[in-house]
Design a protein. Structure first.
Length: 289
């Protein structure tokens, strides 16, 4: 029943599990218990999918030493048991040595607020003084910006000589915790960033019908020929598997925001849905030049 619900993903998962086993297996070793991990607390699907792919989760083990082989390459890692007593973790007596071909360290992240510690008073901080306090930017008719505290904002409190500082990713209190949220913050930051750019969108803008053409500088709408007929100007082979395609479009140029690029992939073209893993042939499309 579960295999039927899984659909075509089941063969792919079986291939991943077989690949992991052929390489000696993959283990994720954590100092605390699984229920204490940020992945479980903030995005439990990461745990679910990793277990489905055959990755072992080893709890309550703290690394003590990476053991090299005769050539100086890692051969094993020694771990010590961790015991939770009344909410505090301490070293136990058990020691385990696990063989390893490759070791990847998840160092974790903390908000970078070093500047505020070195120059106190530059930024407003949150109540716990761990993150910069988020603000939104409201632009007045004369072009000046007013920063207003708001949990969804991407601006810090910095506002001097017409200069402002935005932040996102793990540095932002609303998006810290896992890479999925951090990536989402980058996508949501762009409209807010436009408020600080001369001629950018104000808060609440962007409700225009996506299919409606924009007006050009003279106030008239671009002709259908210029908007619907983009031209390929140049194709550069970056390497054997990648191409860069530059396009020109009079209708697309006014709508192009900074940082907007597209990646086209044809990884499923001319290949079965499930089979031996292949390197996807891809090209990068620079949307509007």
């Amino acid at each position: 029943m579960r295999a039927e619900r899984a659909g075509p993903w089941r063969p792919a998962i079986a291939e991943l599990r077989a690949a992991h086993a052929a390489l000696g297996g993959v283990s994720l070793v954590y100092r605390k218990g699984m229920l204490d991990s940020p992945a479980y607390r903030l995005n439990h699907e990461e745990i679910t999918k990793s277990l489905e792919e055959g990755i072992a989760f080893v709890e309550r083990m703290n690394p003590e030493e990476a053991i090299p082989d005769a050539f100086g390459h890692v051969a094993a890692v020694r771990f010590r048991e961790q015991i939770n007593e009344h909410g505090k973790w301490r070293d136990g007596d058990a020691v385990v040595t696990m063989p390893a071909r490759s070791v990847f360290v998840a160092a974790g992240t903390t908000p970078n607020v070093t500047y505020e510690r070195e120059y106190p008073g530059t930024f407003q901080m949150d109540e716990r003084r761990r993150f910069f306090k988020p603000h939104v930017a409201d632009r007045a008719g004369d072009g000046s910006l007013t920063l207003v505290p708001a949990s969804e904002g991407f601006f810090t409190s910095y506002n001097r000589d017409g200069r402002h500082v935005t932040y996102y990713g793990d540095n932002h209190p609303r998006y810290a915790g896992n890479v999925v949220k951090a990536m989402a913050s980058g996508a949501r930051r762009l409209p807010a960033r436009g408020a600080a750019v001369p001629g950018g969108r104000k808060r609440g803008d962007g409700q225009r019908d996506r299919g409606a053409p924009r007006r050009n500088g003279s106030g008239s709408r671009p002709s259908s020929t210029t908007t619907s007929s983009p031209r390929v100007e140049r194709v550069d082979p970056a390497d054997a598997d990648h191409r860069r395609v530059d396009c020109e479009s009079a209708g697309g140029r006014p709508a192009f925001p900074a940082g907007q690029f597209y990646r086209l992939q044809n990884s499923k073209r001319r290949r079965p849905c499930w089979g031996p893993a292949r390197t996807a042939r891809a090209c990068s499309w620079r949307a509007w030049r």
